[in-house]
Design a protein around this ligand. Structure first.
Ligand code: SAJ
Length: 423
């Protein structure tokens, strides 16, 4: 199939890089977003999110004239839906953005078009939910137009590379739809393209992130056990992982971001009677910030009035994204306990989720009694005890939830407690 012009609906962390990849590989792209300020930023040549290499990629695509952006959709040969699928407070998937994206295609849908959903979605979203909306056009899915699901599987921070190199799953509502999807993505995907049905593709995506969530949950639960039994979690995991068939991930302050902390709930919602382990893993990871707080009090005493410097607020290292961040949750808990918190986040400044951050590390360290490390940013890994001591004037307490503070800090007199180390 020959795609001369495609439309990408939703220009966030996935839609914008995807639109740029197509546009820099010879396909005319219209990028659409409902957010006027996003479209204005893009039309002025800037981008509204931080992702390695994306500004340059966007500039290339935009200046070549192959990528245009607008709040209004136009006719195209193929439509890619890459809008968010958040959840409501009761952990039920919020499909309103997918629904309105599909509705917006209706007036433009023609015979021979291809529609691909990329947004992470509960099983059968493509073959039932999206199909029924698109068929309001009077055209029949799988016959008049083709419909597929292709999950994004890229890691924030490495999106441009992984879009090209990762294996790509394309699930069609029929074989012809899957093959049409493959022809489209072959434009820039160098990794293997695996064809399947749309519900399998939806399930694969949810299984990948759920697997990771469960693995981190067990690491977090192990950290609670090692704390109780007076052993060191890092040492125990390192030794266990020497077994050729064991690969335990790292415990930490909790699981955040917009993928792993959200997606498993789609399976719990779809089949609550069956997804019991998945629910428990989510609950373990969601409660990890409470364990961090309890541990902190246990090792460093009452928090009321204590001056605490917090290092890192993002959901994981070396990104600017604070969605569902456990670090933010922990800071809010510290403030609730009456602690006086100065937070430093090198990848984002100003007020973050109602938390006033310090402009510099030096600022954040002014007169503090305790440092709490919540994110393993690369810049924090290179901090040295000498530099910190020059600011704090003495060897204060450090609570390290991400295991980046080496033993040299203890030797320098800092009183370090590492999460899950009961030794
Ligand atoms: N985390 C731990 N311990 C670990 C690894 C991660 O506590 O050993 C925490 C992180 O700090 C973070 C959270 O888990 O708070 C999630 O981070 P992540 O790096 O595991 O994953 P995401 O959410 O950035 O990206 C995931 C990826 N999925 C998998 O690796 C299976 C990515 O490939 C997906 O494309 C992405 O979700 C998505 O968009 O679904």
């Amino acid at each position: 199939m020959n795609y001369k012009k495609i439309a990408v609906i939703g220009l966030g962390y996935i839609g914008l890089p995807t639109a740029c990849m197509f546009a820099t590989n010879g396909i005319r792209v219209l990028g659409v977003d409902v957010n006027v300020s996003v479209i204005n930023t893009l039309n002025n040549g800037g981008i509204h999110l931080e992702e390695y290499g994306l500004q340059q990629k966007f500039t290339d695509a935009f200046q070549s004239g192959m990528l245009k952006v607008s709040v209004n959709l136009e006719d195209a040969d193929a439509y890619i839906i890459a809008v968010p699928t958040p959840f409501y407070d009761d952990k039920k998937a919020d499909m309103q953005y997918v629904a309105s994206a599909a509705e917006s295609i209706l007036p433009h849908l023609r015979k021979g078009n291809l529609v691909v959903l990329e947004s992470t979605s509960p099983p059968q979203t493509t073959s039932v939910f999206v199909k029924s909306i698109l068929e309001k056009s009077g055209l029949k899915a799988g016959e008049d137009f083709l419909l597929a699901y292709s999950p994004e599987r890229v890691l924030p921070g490495q999106i441009l590379r992984e879009l090209v190199e990762n294996a790509r799953v394309i699930g069609g509502i029929n074989q012809e739809s899957a093959e049409a999807g493959r022809d489209l993505y072959r434009t820039f995907v160098k990794g293997e393209i695996i064809l399947t049905d749309s519900t399998t593709a939806e399930m694969v995506k949810l299984m990948e992130n759920t697997y990771r969530d469960v693995n981190i949950a067990i690491a977090n639960e192990f950290s609670r056990l090692t704390d109780r039994f007076n052993i060191d979690i890092q040492e125990a995991i390192r030794i266990a992982n020497l077994h050729p068939r064991v690969k335990i991930l790292n415990p930490g302050p909790g699981v955040g971001g917009h993928c792993i902390s959200v997606d498993p709930w789609f399976l719990v919602e779809a089949a609550p009677d069956l997804a019991k382990l998945i629910r428990t893993a989510r609950e373990v990871n969601d409660s990890q910030p409470y364990f961090v707080l309890a541990s902190l009090k246990n090792h460093f005493g009452e928090l009321k009035g204590k001056r605490i410097c917090v290092l890192g607020l993002t959901f994981k290292p070396d990104v600017d994204d604070v969605r569902e961040s456990p670090a933010v949750e922990i800071v809010k808990m510290l403030l609730n306990e009456g602690a006086i918190v100065s937070a430093y986040e090198p990848h984002k400044s100003g007020v973050i989720e109602n938390i006033q951050t310090s402009p510099t590390l030096e600022d954040a360290l002014q007169a503090v009694e305790l440092i709490v490390v919540l994110v393993a940013h690369t810049v924090f890994k290179s901090l040295s005890p000498g530099v910190i001591k020059a600011q704090t004037k003495s060897s204060i307490g450090i609570f390290d939830t991400v295991h980046i503070i080496g033993e040299n800090w203890d030797e320098e007199g800092f009183s370090v407690y590492r999460l899950g180390n009961g030794k």
